[in-house]
Write a protein that binds this ligand. Structure first.
Ligand code: GLC
Ligand code: MG
Length: 528
């Protein structure tokens, strides 16, 4: 049996995966929205950056109420993004460049425009068509239970005949009933469909969802708490304030991943799946990556940690301790399309950028896989999107600023919007900023101080100093405000304090910023 802790046994155990948000990466046809041929045309950027794989957010047929996370046909490409043959071309070109491709799978819910949901509405209460979803009755003036949608408001919507259906997200995203055998059967077919086309893996959306406690009982909530369906950014494994969550992380879900693991294995030893599971503890995260389940799970604790040596060290120790017993490789993530970009979370401006680069350098030295989000290699910040341009369903449901600000299209070149995002003049689907000219890929290329060149250097060195079997992480004590650890030949030091600290002995391989008077605040370094 292969050594489960050997990073060289499978490509994903030690990979850098770049997340492409399809609407905002590159537009080929001039409609102001990114698409598959756009991605294909920009694959050389990813190869040059030095990543191993890309994960592409959903490009399937969809009315786009949640920008593709509302799937109407899991086996086709939305015309907005191209065609199945464009998907084939993308896969072929990526593989030529040595890049693996992970696609997004959305099993918790379909779009209201999926043929199953249309049939459910037409067939009426008690029908087998309704039994693929979670339709319930409620007494006049009441809801079936007290759950609320992650996007705000109740998790239930009433249809004309009086029944209600459950949607943990938008009302256009009805939740499937995974206790109905037709549902797992359908998704196994979908997995096979994309595996046959040559995808290397899947990112499993809301992997901790799918099953709800069968009773659909009320959620117990504290007095000052609103009933919540676990709003993604509210979950904190760091705080460990465990909530009563009858809608998430049910034991039955693991049976599904055991079956999927077999489907993946049948397709070959190199296919993988990574879970988006906002679980409450590192241990519950590790349950998703037991040897016969999924291969990886996003480690959101890293993303949720404050800028503090203690918080970072705690996450590193807890994560490694949680995944080691199940033999999974750890993952690290700072940003994605659902959260505020990390440069902004760390305070924004020059300080936010310095901290962002430092946290990235620390992450890239850790064992396991790092997941990057498009635009972070340019040091992009969260954009304050004007209300009239906001499209996130959570904004539309609550009026609170949503996730649009991390989804602004990529600036590639040129001096004004759309910065070579696509061939059409003017602003793309979410307006870019007027002062982005210095942040484009073109402007940063060749500038040794730029964030892009910093990422390129870090990824090059990461390969040179790749994690190998037996490389343990040893935490070092260099003071309360300094995160320091050794991994194999590398020593990594991050100064989370307010003033410079002395550099330990060793040859400096790479620093996240200028080294003046030792290791300045908000700066990280790799030493050998
Ligand atoms: C996941 C996705 C998010 C989406 C939600 C519903 O959390 O990352 O973008 O809105 O699932 O599918
Ligand atoms: Mg387009």
């Amino acid at each position: 049996m292969a050594d489960l802790n050997d990073p060289t046994t499978s490509w994903w155990r030690n990979a850098v995966v770049y997340q492409v948000y399809v609407r905002s990466f590159a537009d080929s046809d001039g409609d102001g929205v990114g698409d598959l041929p756009g991605i294909t045309s920009r694959l050389p950027h990813l190869a040059e950056l030095g990543v191993d794989a890309l994960w592409i957010t959903p490009f399937y047929t969809s009315p786009q109420h949640d920008h593709g996370y509302d799937v109407a046909d899991y086996r086709d490409v939305d015309p907005l993004f191209g065609s199945l043959s464009d998907a084939d071309d993308l896969l072929a070109r990526a593989h030529e460049l040595g890049l693996r491709v992970i696609v997004d799978l959305v099993p918790n819910h379909t779009s209201e425009e999926h043929e199953w949901f249309r049939a459910a509405l037409a067939a009426g209460p008690g029908s087998p068509e309704r039994a693929r979803y979670l339709f319930r009755d409620a007494p006049e003036g009441e809801l079936p239970n007290n759950w609320s949608s992650v996007f705000g408001g109740p998790a239930w919507t009433q249809v004309d005949d009086g029944q209600w259906y459950l949607h943990l997200f938008d009302s256009t995203q009805p939740d499937l009933d995974w206790r109905n055998p037709e549902v797992p059967a359908m998704f196994e077919d979908v997995l096979r469909f994309w595996l046959d086309r040559g995808v290397d893996g899947f990112r499993v959306d809301v992997a901790h969802g799918l099953f709800k406690e069968a009773s659909l009982r009320d959620q117990e909530v504290g007095e000052d708490e609103r009933p919540t369906s676990g709003a993604t950014t509210e979950h904190s494994m760091v705080e460990r304030d465990l909530k009563d969550e009858p809608m998430w992380d049910q034991p039955e879900v693991h049976e599904v991943y055991r079956s999927w693991s077999k489907v993946l294995d049948e397709a070959g030893p190199d296919r993988m799946a990574v879970a988006e599971a906002w679980t409450q503890t590192p241990e519950s995260m590790a349950a998703f990556v037991r040897p016969d389940e999924l291969d990886q799970a996003f480690n959101f604790a890293w993303l949720l940690a404050d800028w503090s040596a203690e918080a970072f060290a705690g996450v590193i120790t807890d994560t490694l301790a949680a995944v080691a017993p199940v033999g999974a490789s750890p993952t690290w993530v700072l940003s994605n399309h659902d959260v505020v970009r990390h440069v902004t979370r760390y305070g924004g401006g020059a300080q936010g950028l310095a901290r962002g680069r430092a946290a990235t350098l620390a992450m890239l030295a850790l064992p396991g896989s790092s997941y990057l989000y498009q635009g972070e290699e340019l040091g992009l910040e969260q954009v304050d999107v004007a209300p009239e341009h906001r499209q996130d369903p959570s904004y539309l449901r609550t009026g609170e600023v949503g996730r649009d600000g991390c989804r602004v299209p990529m600036p590639w070149g040129g001096s004004e919007p759309p910065y070579d995002f696509g061939p059409a003049a003017g602003q793309p689907w979410i307006p870019q900023l007027a002062d982005w000219a210095a942040l484009t890929v073109e402007a940063q290329t060749g500038d040794p101080g730029s964030t892009l060149e910093f990422y390129r250097s870090a990824l090059r060195l990461r390969r040179e100093f790749a994690w190998t079997a037996g490389d343990a992480v040893e935490m070092l004590d260099l003071g309360a405000e300094v995160l320091a650890f050794r991994r194999g030949p590398l020593t990594v030091v991050v100064n989370c304090g307010d003033s410079a600290v002395g550099l330990p002995e060793g040859e400096v391989l790479l620093a996240s910023g200028p080294l003046e008077g030792g290791l300045p605040a908000d700066t990280a370094v790799w030493l050998r």
